[in-house]
Ligand binder design. Structure first.
Ligand code: ATP
Length: 313
């Protein structure tokens, strides 16, 4: 059985190799990405058994996604949907610091996820179910799939983890806030940025926001704060961790990496302090390279950001 089961949409990704307007790009790099599969790659690199579930089209982009996930050692449970194409995202670096992401995903195979796609035996035997707030925004059936998977996990005593991941291109703050408020009550562990937490609860400080989210149900709440690090609120106790100093080239994917690091240390039975540390380490690795998941660390890499020597021989 898998340690972690995750479900969502992974898309093909086209990205500009250089800074500038997309229209001037003479070529684009082809890859793939999705919050849940980024998380799956992060966990697989750290040695955990992960199953990813999602729909892809009967096309080359779908094949690319399965090939990539399989190559990373993930149990890829892709469902080929001949009725719709694999979704596409385009990443263009407009300036050194600003990356624009555009989606071509409405009506995609991934958005047609439905409750029948949830393998109840797979979910019930896992230790962790990881879902994001992106999936319920994709379609009515995808939203039902999320709810059904959570029901199955809760009945089996599987840890339910939810990363809010608000995507403004997919729905309004009001619609997302209402859905998140319901999902949070069903989760054991919630990952959110400060802005995402504010879609659901109010509070003057980050600590207040975390406490308010936790009051809705989850025993553990993690607030990610980019280059400022992160905060954990666990059983009423607050822990704060600074970010590891790195030179960031692409902020996309840091949240997924952070969640992978945190869950990896949780699966290893580590303390909250150590979970938070591995989360921050993984988040820092993710921002050091242009791709969303390519920079994710394996076990040996975890020591690198602490290393004294810059050259390892
Ligand atoms: P995304 O949705 O783009 O994947 P996010 O907004 O969910 O990201 P962030 O808060 O940007 O998540 O990042 C998650 C964690 O990664 C942070 O809490 C921090 O530990 C680490 N991190 C992010 N940016 C940096 C950075 N510039 N330098 C070092 N660590 C970083």
């Amino acid at each position: 059985p898998a340690d972690v089961v995750t479900m969502g949409e992974t898309m093909a990704m086209l990205s500009t190799p250089r800074i500038g307007l997309l229209r001037h790009a003479a070529s684009l790099d082809l890859s793939s990405g999705g919050a849940e599969s980024n998380l799956a790659i992060g966990l697989a690199r750290l040695g955990h058994r992960v199953s990813w579930v999602g729909r892809v089209g009967a096309d080359e982009f779908g094949a690319l996604i399965c090939r990539t996930l399989a190559a990373e050692g993930i149990d890829c449970r892709s469902i080929v949907d001949p009725a719709a194409p694999t979704g596409l995202m385009i990443k263009a670096r407009r300036t050194e610091a600003v990356t624009r992401v555009s989606y071509y995903r409405s009506g995609s195979a991934g958005s047609r996820l439905s409750p029948q796609d949830v393998d109840t035996a797979l979910v019930s035997r896992a230790r962790v179910l990881y879902l994001t707030g992106i999936t319920p925004a994709l379609s009515g059936t995808a939203r039902e799939a999320v709810r059904y998977a959570i029901d199955v996990a809760r009945r089996a005593g599987v840890l339910v983890c939810l990363s809010l991941n608000y995507r403004q291109a997919l729905w309004s703050e009001q619609a997302a806030g209402a859905e998140f408020a319901e999902l949070v009550t069903q989760a054991d562990l919630v990952f959110a940025s400060e802005a995402e937490a504010r879609l659901v609860v109010g509070g003057d400080t980050v600590e207040d926001l975390a406490a308010e989210l936790s009051a809705l149900g989850p025993r553990q709440v993690l607030i990610t704060r980019g280059a400022r690090g992160a905060l954990a609120y666990v059983d009423g106790e607050v822990l704060i961790a600074p970010a590891y100093p790195v030179s960031a080239v692409d902020p996309v994917g840091a949240g997924d990496a952070f969640a992978a690091g945190y869950l990896s240390a949780t699966l290893d039975g580590m303390s909250i302090v150590d979970c938070l540390d591995r989360a921050c380490l993984a988040g820092a690795f993710a921002v050091t390279v242009p791709g969303d998941w390519e920079g994710l660390p394996d076990r040996a890499d975890l020591a690198l950001l602490r290393a004294e020597d810059a050259v390892l021989r």
